[in-house]
Ligand binder design. Structure first.
Ligand code: TXA
Ligand code: MG
Length: 339
């Protein structure tokens, strides 16, 4: 289906979006993490449209967004005390709980798994859209599958313009990376995808929290979360994560790599937290800490493509706090290429 896509300020478009969702349509809206592409999770046809519009593999399940924690009892089964404690602590917010699905969740939403991912967003506009839609909203990130997630309305339009009727514009997202996906079906929580609700925050409630194997490493074979096995967040440019044994030599190494790529006729750009060591080179300072880097990294990857850079050298970040989410995303966009 072809659409003339309207972009509207989110504060003026809540009822319109909610009505479109009610009527089985697919719309894009901001959340505090990234922009979402939402449809009625109980409507099989609307859900299949999401997969089609994004070009998403059928075996990659969607997150069901709700606005009332009480509904978890309707949508999920076998909820442990631990799961309840974590949901009470982190709902609403950048936290997605994977739980055993009740039969109410259509199989297409959960890609035939017997679990379902549930999130209550904290963004007041997103909550209002869900509430007014009167249903549960399945919503992946509002990008073409494989591309960096969109953190502003223009980046949604670039990917999905002409494919959906409405994009609500809420400016830049607060966090810039997607929610923490956490498997709560086991004895201890397992982080399948790190996000703004950090391992350290979860550990305060459940000290035995684990991080799934595929979060920072390439894994083959069975993965706990289908999303882990696909190429993700990839711009056209070739991305490399640059690491060094000692922090003092990291900038030197990046400078040497930059010169070597330039000599090969490439057009590199350095993504870093401080521009000073890279004077006279093409540099994008993503921010001074992991939170700021998270907020700008996806749009910076898109801008690198638009400005004709073919090589991105990403300065390694410490994997603590939000740094874990950033490294998870950038390693995937690099196809795990580390120099
Ligand atoms: O912040 C977010 O989570 C955003 C906003 C829009 O809410 N949504 C989002 O959705 O990032 P998506 O579809 O781009 O990523 C959902 C991830 C995928 O990696 C998927 O494989 C995983 O969650 N997932 C969904 N259901 C699952 C399940 N039952 N078991 C394991 N992983 C699941
Ligand atoms: Mg996504």
């Amino acid at each position: 289906m072809k659409y003339e896509t309207t972009i509207k300020p989110v504060s003026e478009g809540i009822s319109l979006a909610a009505n479109l969702i009610k009527n089985g349509q697919v719309v894009a809206f901001p959340t505090e993490t990234v922009y979402g592409l939402g449809a009625d999770a109980t409507n099989e046809d609307a859900v299949s449209q999401i997969f089609k519009i994004k070009g998403r593999p059928q075996d990659n399940p969607l997150i069901v967004h709700i606005c009332d924690i009480g509904d978890v009892n309707l949508l999920c089964e076998d909820i442990s005390d631990m799961a309840l404690r974590l949901m009470r602590a982190f709902f609403p917010g950048a936290f997605t709980a994977v739980l055993k699905a009740s039969p109410l969740i259509p199989k297409s939403v959960r890609a035939n798994l017997d679990t379902v991912a549930i999130r209550i967003p904290a963004n007041a506009h997103t909550l209002q859209i869900i509430k007014e839609s009167g249903t549960f909203v399945a919503a992946p990130s509002a990008n073409i599958s494989g591309r960096p997630s969109p953190t502003n309305a223009q980046d949604v339009f670039t990917d999905l313009g002409g494919k959906i009727p409405l994009i609500l514009d809420g400016g830049e997202c607060e966090f810039g990376v997607e929610s923490t996906v956490c498997d709560l079906t086991k004895d201890a929580p397992v982080i399948l995808r790190p996000g703004a609700v950090t391992r350290e925050m979860i550990a305060k409630i459940c000290p035995h929290v684990r991080i799934a194997k595929g979060v920072l490493k390439h894994t083959s074979g069975v993965v706990l979360s289908p999303g882990m096995k696909y190429t993700h967040y990839s711009p056209n440019a070739d991305v490399f994560v640059v690491k060094a044994d000692a922090e003092s030599v990291l900038a030197k190494k990046i400078n040497m790599l930059y010169d070597s790529f330039t000599n090969q006729g490439k057009k590199p750009i350095i993504f870093c937290t401080e521009g000073e060591p890279y004077a006279k080179k093409n540099v994008r300072v993503l921010g001074k800490d992991a939170e700021q880097v998270a907020k700008s990294v996806f749009s910076a990857l898109r801008r690198a493509d638009e400005n004709g850079f073919d090589t991105v050298l990403f300065e390694d970040l410490d994997e603590k706090g939000m740094g874990l989410a950033v490294m998870n995303r950038i390693l995937r966009s690099a196809g795990f290429k580390v120099l």
